[in-house]
Design a protein around this ligand. Structure first.
Ligand code: PTJ
Length: 251
């Protein structure tokens, strides 16, 4: 990271930090070829959202925590971007929720799986986080998907009742919903197929979501206080926020 990016007082510090994490992960062979494109699309939406957690996203985050806490077999699905941006925090979250994480990547190669697993294993041992990391030996398939992207583990994704899928591909999200799971999506694009398919969609930046979740879980109550949850309303609110950010156009 250059001098400007290393300075927390720099106005773009957070954005530069996340980019730096991706650059480092790229060097270690952890990322898909299109990882930077996906991140850039996320950045664009985040800019339009004002790089903040909007109230409807916090509402969805609380709903997601309620679902994860009430699940019999919750699991957190991790892809290359997620491990690069928030590998440590996802392991910490899984530890608090007492659930496994599963590496489940769209562009699956043995080399990438190895790089992601060893990166997470290193964090787990250096931080002393007691969490099961699944995905190394897939022994099941997600029904309705073709090829290596269908691979998963029975004890993790296949048998899960509630699954959190940050930055998920639309097809896979749809397949998981069709299996009857409660699918929690984290996606800055409220118009993506995953965002629309998910049962609970958090339209917010991944690292902010995980930070919020860890903070909420450290408090005595972290649910929505019985408020009804409507995922379509959450998506509509995010779009409204984006379209009104700069005020109403004059013409
Ligand atoms: O590691 P792999 O092989 O599983 O591949 C991972 C990527 C992300 C490359 C792959 O799933 C992909 O191509 O994803 P998409 O279809 O580009 O979708 C990514 C979505 O995540 C987009 O809608 C982005 O707006 C959104 N996004 C990107 N970065 C973030 C984000 N949402 C929340 N937080 C982010 N940091």
């Amino acid at each position: 990271m250059d001098e400007i990016a290393a300075d927390p007082s720099h106005p773009r510090y957070q954005s530069l930090l996340l980019r730096h994490r991706l650059e480092e992960a790229e060097k270690k062979g952890m990322l898909a070829g299109s990882a930077m494109i996906a991140h850039g699309r996320g950045e664009a939406y985040d800019y339009l959202l004002g790089e903040q957690t909007i109230p409807s996203a916090l509402h969805a985050t609380k709903e997601a925590l309620t679902a994860l806490k009430g699940a019999s077999h919750p699991v957190l699905s991790l892809n290359g971007n997620v491990v690069a941006l928030a590998g440590k925090e996802m392991l910490q979250l899984a530890a608090v929720l007492e659930c496994p994480v599963e590496i489940n990547i769209f562009y699956r190669t043995p080399e990438r799986m190895e790089a992601l697993l060893s990166h997470l294993e290193a964090i787990r041992s250096s931080e002393g986080i007691d969490v099961k990391i699944l995905g190394a030996k897939p022994n099941a398939k997600i029904p309705g998907l073709e090829g290596p992207r269908a691979n998963c583990t029975k004890e993790g994704i296949l048998d899960s009742d509630v699954i959190m899928v940050p930055l998920e591909d639309g097809d896979r999200c749809e397949a998981l919903v069709s299996m009857g799971k409660t699918v929690i999506v984290i996606d800055l694009n409220p118009l993506s197929r995953s965002a629309k398919m998910g049962n609970i969609t958090i339209v917010d930046e991944l690292t902010r979501v995980v930070t919020n979740m860890l903070e909420l879980l450290s408090q005595p109550t972290h649910d929505n206080g019985g408020l009804a949850y409507d995922n379509e309303a959450v998506l509509t609110d995010a779009l409204r926020h984006i379209s009104t950010k700069f005020g109403t156009p004059e013409v």
